[in-house]
Ligand binder design. Sequence first.
Ligand SMILES: NC(=O)c1ccc[n+]([C@@H]2O[C@H](COP(=O)([O-])OP(=O)(O)OC[C@H]3O[C@@H](n4cnc5c(N)ncnc54)[C@H](O)[C@@H]3O)[C@@H](O)[C@H]2O)c1
Ligand SMILES: O=C(O)C[C@H](O)C(=O)O
Length: 328
Amino acid sequence: MKSPVRVAVTGAAGQIGYSLVFRIASGEMLGKDQPVILQMLELPMEKAQAALKGVMMELEDCAFPLLVGMVGTDDAEVAFKDADVALLVGARPRGPGMERKDLLLENAKIFTAQGAALNKVASRDVKVLVVGNPANTNAYIAMKSAPDLNPKNFTAMLRLDHNRALSQLAIKAGVAVADIEKLVVWGNHSPTMYPDYRFATVGGSSLKDKIGDESWNRETFIPKVGKRGAAIIEARGLSSAASAANAAIDHLRDWVLGTDGKWATMGIPSDGSYGIPKDVMYGFPVVCKDGKYEIVSGLVIDDYSREMMNKTLAELEEERAGVASLLG
Ligand SMILES: NC(=O)c1ccc[n+]([C@@H]2O[C@H](COP(=O)([O-])OP(=O)(O)OC[C@H]3O[C@@H](n4cnc5c(N)ncnc54)[C@H](O)[C@@H]3O)[C@@H](O)[C@H]2O)c1
Ligand SMILES: O=C(O)C[C@H](O)C(=O)O
């Protein structure tokens, strides 16, 4: 029996949390042979704590063999104590008519405090995924608030965008999602993101050539993926939850267990690759192995792609400037 992994989840009683914690406890994220201890954080308000208690009762009622411990708390230092994995989901979601960046200052304070708590009590190898919006900038804030942890331990969720793009491409090309490889979504988790299938293959040949429709790429595909979150809010009256939880599971599973040479998209602090300034939390194509990610290098960036990558970069830099005063 492997020793248990401590998984912290913030906002565990929220919509995404409710779709997420049961799948973590069932072994879908870290493997069917990996015991887990769930350390769940919720706001100190009575209603949030009562809801968390209810989630924990349901977790108990599932009798998951891999769930060997549970903590429910309103104290970040308790939730993050010795955490090997931390999913930072808890934040205010946007409603109809709002952009993700409207949440910037409101949510920034949460991630400053949580970054500091991770810095203080989490495992030195903790793998952090920020889901709460604006996810890239929140991840940047948490990273900067945890000076004793390796910045590479902090990531932002672009995987939902990656998965959305995969499905749209599969539908357009009439192929199976599972047969598409080498897709990337560059930049920010916002409508400026750049889903890029220039390198994508299906059964080893070019997906771009198979689709052969550049105006669909620019006028339909890119905006559709970029605005999918808003379309879900419009349709459901609530932001995406099950698909977001699913993407979080995919992101961490790939990071921990590896991608077997395949590409995934992760929001990570730039190392300067592709002209993206160091430390900007940006969506890159990565390959994961042995619990580490590496940026896929050597991709040719054409003029249109450069323009798109710069546009999403400019937005991230603007968001970063907007929270600079909080980072001291
Ligand atoms: N990156 C992505 O792809 C993606 C996708 C979907 C949603 N999101 C974002 O995820 C976040 C959560 O969405 P949701 O639909 O689950 O929202 P929700 O309101 O249903 O749940 C959020 C939960 O977090 C809790 N919470 C708020 N502040 C907290 C704090 N400081 N500490 C601990 N818990 C806290 C709330 O009590 C609530 O239970 C939102 O910011 C949303 O915009 C991101
Ligand atoms: O769009 C949102 O506000 C929620 C989430 O980021 C999404 O992409 O579905």
